[in-house]
Design a protein around this ligand. Structure first.
Ligand code: MSP
Length: 646
């Protein structure tokens, strides 16, 4: 027997600091689909997910909940595991960064890097964003020393710190980017080169002393290891790297695909390969940065009450309706918007109409016209060849699209065939054939071809929608006969044995009333989650004269564009009375350029101009955001531009 080729796929490890929404589940559902597909194709697959449990943010959350960190985490992790079970995620391992297998290995990794000189001791003063666990330089920050990732204010942290010699690996990382497909899609690679490699890599502070919820530096225990270094290494510690048993590591590393969403591509394509290079081990073959799921063009967030959670959707529509929607609706590399209407329409058009109807009509006809028995004979209709030819095309396209992680295209290919099969019913008109006994053979052949087409479509999508595929195999009377829905079985049209008995089962996807269903969904997710009131932290008192120094005016946004060099920034042209001002703001995560145009915003006019990533900003737009993940731009609707705000 030849040895199976291995395939190692990972998701990011999740922060266990709250309920996961459908945006979070997107990465895992996509990883699961590819893991299942590769297993299906005969690979020896290892699929890893887990949780990222250290850092100041988690420690604060546990304190807020009045719990010990580990007790807080245990509760959260139980919920996450339950969710993956509900979603039928087929991970082979689940790593928690608080597990001994991980913390022991992290300490060994850190010591090795220190002993060989890749980590050294120094001191650090910089602007730190607690929620993002990231330090930012002057040129990276937004106005008001705000974090370019989340827009929140950073705080100055001065500490003794160990540093990782990231700068030493700059040339090798550039080479890595330029050779092959390490970063995908291509657009992410260009962003990384432009935003991080071109300005030059600085050494990275990799320990903290300001809190203690983390893996301790073994030879200097007042330091804990930077949470991103700790977290990234999960991909190898889960395989036993630096443990007594490295069998899995030897077998599966380097990973074939590491899936991440776009905002963490930087960590995975710069810091991560540099760490691996320092350890002198191979880098992953590919890091794929997918897009974000937005909620009607807005970011999902608790306080806006627009979060869509997977649990209630699975209960109401079934696990595969959610999976199908996530994988089919959004183009994997790009951002996409969730709307209740799109969700309901996908269920109605694709699942209930195209697929569900095809299965139920076909099975009903076999029961009605031939007592549920399938007959394999040599009869032929003039429509058979084009049906089978299309299938052959789809089979080839599907494989290619899956291997490129183009799930939406892969599903569309199958649905092209599903729709073609529906057309075959209209072309062959089995009900008309049934009127004359002389057509019995042709009728049976048509019914056979229909079932065979359904078998093949369901076999192809069985890695993406496993529950539905199994339900269909059951209705086709072939459940349990694995060879009829194996990958190999997809090569042949005509495998269902003569005499197979089909039987009608439950409706796969009931048709929904669009308007009332949208209302249902709105009610399902209407609940606004009110955060526990926290005491406010006030700044030092100022006098009215101090306040008077700030010139606030109403400005009308007349033009707004993305910043040419920074994803997080928008560049607005703002009319303030007789003047035009250009203002750069870190709001791209919450607002699209076209949403900004026409807004009557409040501008700080007498702020000293600064250059933000090379573009001059002549002032600041006021925005309201707290420790949650929202940012709202207050508007002076109706006020004249140029008017003073007091
Ligand atoms: N803990 C880090 C990852 C460390 S990996 C060494 C983290 N965790 S997370 O819980 O915030 O996010 C987990 C994954 O969900 C990330 O890939 C994240 O980007 C993704 N998503 C969270 N919200 C999302 C959307 N709205 N849309 C798509 N993906 C999103 O990041």
């Amino acid at each position: 027997m030849t040895k199976k080729e291995t395939f190692y796929i990972t998701t990011p490890i999740y922060y266990p600091s709250g309920r996961l929404h459908i945006g979070h589940t997107y990465t895992t559902v996509a990883a699961d689909a590819i893991a299942r597909f590769k297993r299906f194709c005969g690979y020896d697959v290892r699929f890893l997910t887990g949780t990222d449990e250290h850092g100041e943010k988690i420690q604060k959350k546990a304190q807020e909940a009045g719990m010990k960190e580990i007790d807080f985490l245990d509760e959260q992790i139980a919920e996450i595991k339950k969710l993956w079970e509900k979603l039928e995620i087929s991970n082979d391992d689940f790593i928690r960064t608080t597990e001994k297998r991980h913390t022991d290995a992290i300490q060994k990794i850190f010591t090795k890097l220190y002993e060989q000189g890749d980590i050294y001791k120094g001191s650090y003063e910089g602007n730190y964003c607690v929620p993002c666990e990231s330090f930012w330089t002057e040129s990276q920050m937004l106005e008001g020393n705000r974090c370019p990732d989340c827009g929140r204010e950073t705080k100055i942290v001065k500490e003794e710190s160990y540093f990782f010699k990231l700068s030493k690996y700059e040339d090798r990382i550039r080479d890595l980017f330029e050779s092959g497909h390490f970063v995908a899609p291509e657009s992410r690679k260009n962003e990384m080169i432009k935003n991080f490699l071109d300005p030059g890599l600085e050494d990275l502070s990799v320990t903290r002393t300001s809190f203690d919820w983390g893996v301790k530096v073994p030879f200097d225990e007042k330091h804990v290891i930077y949470v991103w270094v700790d977290a990234l290494c999960n991909y190898i510690t889960a395989l036993g790297y630096m443990s007594d048993d490295e069998t899995l590591y030897q077998k599966y590393w380097p990973a074939n695909v590491q899936l991440v969403a776009k905002e963490i591509v930087r960590f995975h394509t710069i810091i991560w390969p540099a760490l691996l290079m320092a350890l002198d081990i191979p880098v992953p073959k590919m890091v794929f940065g997918h897009g974000w799921i937005l909620f009607a063009d807005d970011k999902m967030s608790k306080s806006k009450g627009n979060i869509v959670y997977p649990g209630p959707m699975i209960e109401r529509y079934g696990v595969d309706a959610l999976k199908y929607f996530l994988l089919r609706e959004f183009s994997f590399g790009q951002d996409g918007s969730y709307t209740h209407r799109n969700f309901v329409n996908r269920i109605n058009f694709d699942l209930a109409n195209d697929l569900g109807n095809l299965v139920s009509r076909t099975v009903s006809m076999v029961e009605k016209y031939n007592d549920g028995i399938l007959v394999k004979n040599d009869a032929k209709t003039e429509f058979d060849d084009s049906l089978i030819d299309l299938y052959k095309e789809v089979r080839v396209d599907f494989e290619k699209q899956m291997n490129e992680l183009m799930y939406h295209e892969a599903l569309e290919s199958i649905w092209k065939f599903v729709r073609r099969t529906n057309k075959y019913i209209d072309e062959t008109m089995p009900w008309a054939l049934a009127k004359d006994d002389a057509n019995k053979d042709v009728l049976n052949k048509v019914l056979y071809n229909l079932c065979e087409s359904i078998r093949l479509a369901a076999t192809l999508f069985s890695s993406l929608l496993p529950t539905t595929a199994m339900e269909i195999f059951d209705q086709l009377g072939i459940k349990g006969k694995d060879e009829l829905y194996s990958w190999k079985s997809c090569d042949t049209f005509g495998l269902i044995p003569d005499g197979t008995k089909v039987h009608k089962g439950k409706v796969l996807f009931p048709r929904l009333d669009v308007e009332s269903e949208i209302k249902e969904l709105e009610n399902l997710f209407a609940e606004k989650i009110v955060d526990q009131e926290k005491p406010l932290e006030h700044k030092a008192e100022i006098t009215i004269d101090d306040f008077d120094k700030v010139e606030l005016r109403v400005g009308k946004v007349v033009k707004c564009e993305p910043h040419p060099k920074a994803d997080r920034l928008l560049v607005s042209q703002i009319k303030i009375g007789s003047e035009m001002r250009q203002i750069v703001s870190g709001i791209a995560q919450w607002y699209k350029p076209e949403d900004m145009v026409g807004k009557e915003v409040i501008v700080v006019c007498n702020l000293k101009p600064v250059k933000l990533r090379g573009v001059e900003s002549q002032g600041m737009i006021l925005a309201a955001g707290d420790d949650g993940d929202d940012l709202i731009i207050p508007q002076a609707t109706g006020a004249k531009d140029g008017a003073e705000v007091r």
